[in-house]
Write a protein that binds this ligand. Structure first.
Ligand SMILES: [Zn+2]
Length: 503
């Protein structure tokens, strides 16, 4: 009787400890015993450069006294994955080893999730991500989010080992980044008269100084900011500011409605490439990321087909299809990025005949991902998986979450469905080696503020974090739900909004 009681206690301990970490680590060995947080009194760093990372321990541990147990943060070049880490907790203290500061940061995130009622279980963890790129996307173009809001969002997602935040900075409904050479982009392009006829003007943009501050804040949390300037479609806000950019010589306002506009940047106008060359020069100065997103999606060819300048270019180049103008357009803008040693990212469209050789593709359209993965493998492009059916976080978890009249088209994306997402689609390692990451997109049409962005993000971002980080063999829905429950308590304590999972 006594023996089975002890067994029950041990079992409780094993399950309890496994509940604590999202995304679940790939290799965990539990020991017998616990370390008291209050007994941890000293901190040892192998390198002074780890002060940035160790600062994230300050909220949980008091290192002001002498003696007691130690947390050691050690750069160890023998750990082969640049984002990987090892974490050991035993009666001597805590040791986190990694070959980079980023790996140390992830070890720290795991450690602070392990704290349970002022104790940390004895444990040995050896961990590394399944995919190198794990991102969320915000869309301040549709509804502006202040710089402080963006920083709050970054702070919330860093705990789950996301390493990129993609900012969709321009669209038909708004231009959100200060470009010093073209002030009308923000003077005119950052303001729209109303949203879907609500009669309320909407405005906002980030100064370059604010964006540099966001970049630095994110970098402290090992998150890289990827800027997106969408071309040649989704560009009405820029065209409203500089009408000469489009095929039609007509002044149009910043778009108030959702949906796709026929107004594109003109492919046959050298002024477009001159101006966008300058714009991307400034973008590259603001954002140190090697990755710059060029959008490239949903660009109807109607106006290019009717435009004398576009058609003259088509003839001059010997093109037989207007889609070849799209490849030409991307190639021209890509030249500017190459001068700055940057890589172009695109929302992949199956109709576009060619993308720049070095570019990275996002698969996003509902149902097309298996085809896009295969096409990109054949063509030699790296792929980031952001498929609508698993990773469009603007879709509500249940339909009734969004009541706007124009939203009848929008499908629901339940929490459990996101958890089912395998970004490599069950493919062999050979057939999926070009898949480098996952991204969930919080498109902004029905996300008017940060509270709503958080409501759409959590807890589904827990599921996506695990899809990007953890091996499929480590992932199990019921176990994940238990861990989710605890993390929701964390969000509550930070006053971060989330949607209660459906029972
Ligand atoms: Zn044109």
């Amino acid at each position: 009787m006594k023996k089975s009681f002890v067994g029950l206690l041990l079992l409780t301990f094993v399950v309890g400890a496994a509940q604590n970490i999202i995304p679940i680590p790939n290799d965990v060995k539990l020991g017998n015993g616990k370390l008291s947080v209050e007994m941890i009194k000293s901190l040892r760093l192998s390198n002074d450069s780890l002060r940035n990372e160790s600062a994230f321990l300050g909220e949980y541990f008091d290192f002001s006294a002498d003696g007691g147990n130690t947390i050691s943060l050690l750069i160890d070049k023998s750990i082969d994955n640049v984002q990987g880490y090892s974490l050991t907790v035993d009666n001597r203290g805590v040791t986190i080893k990694a070959s980079t500061r980023q790996g140390i940061f992830y070890g720290i995130q795991t450690l602070i999730q392990l704290i349970d009622d002022k104790e940390i279980p004895f444990i040995e963890i050896c961990d590394k991500p399944r995919l190198e790129y794990r991102a969320l996307m915000l869309d301040p173009a549709r509804h502006f989010l202040s710089a402080e809001d963006v920083k709050r969002y970054i702070d919330a997602i860093a705990r789950y080992k996301y390493n990129y935040l993609h900012l969709h900075l321009s669209d038909d409904q708004g231009w959100r980044v200060e470009i010093k050479k073209y002030p009308r982009l923000t003077e005119v392009g950052s303001v729209r008269a109303d949203t879907e006829g609500d009669g309320v003007p909407h405005r906002g943009y980030y100064t370059q100084e604010q964006l540099r501050d966001i970049v630095a804040f994110a970098a402290q949390r090992h998150i890289e900011i990827i800027p997106e300037i969408d071309i040649p479609g989704h560009s009405v806000a820029a065209i409203a500011a500089y009408a000469e950019l489009t095929c039609r010589d007509t002044i149009i306002p910043v778009r108030s409605e959702i949906g796709v506009s026929l107004d594109l940047l003109c492919a046959g106008n050298e002024k477009v490439f001159e101006m966008y060359g300058d714009i991307f020069e400034e973008i590259c100065e603001i954002f140190p990321s090697k990755l710059i997103h060029l959008g490239g999606d949903e660009a109807p060819l109607t106006h290019w087909g009717q435009c004398p300048k576009c058609q003259a270019l088509k003839k001059e180049k010997g093109y037989t299809d207007d889609q070849e103008l799209m490849s030409y357009f991307f190639g021209r803008i890509n030249q500017t990025l190459l001068r700055h040693n940057r890589t172009a990212l695109f929302w992949y469209e199956v109709d576009v005949p060619d993308y720049p050789r070095n570019a990275i593709m996002y698969t996003w359209r509902n149902g097309l991902t298996p085809r896009v993965i295969e096409e990109c493998r054949e063509k030699g492009y790296r792929v980031i998986c952001a498929p609508g059916e698993f990773a469009y976080f603007d879709y509500p978890e249940v339909k009734s979450d969004i009541t706007a009249k124009s939203s009848s088209w929008i499908p629901a994306l339940p929490f459990e469905k996101v958890y089912q997402f395998d970004p490599c689609y069950g493919l062999s390692e050979e057939k999926s080696s070009h898949i480098i990451g996952v991204e969930a997109t919080v498109w902004g049409e029905y996300v008017p503020d940060l509270e709503t962005a958080f409501f759409r993000t959590f807890p589904r971002a827990f599921a996506l974090a695990e899809a990007g980080w953890s091996k499929m063999s480590r992932r199990e829905w019921n176990d994940f739900l238990l861990r989710t429950k605890r993390e929701l308590e964390h969000l509550k304590s930070r006053k971060i909004n989330f949607r209660q999972p459906q029972q």
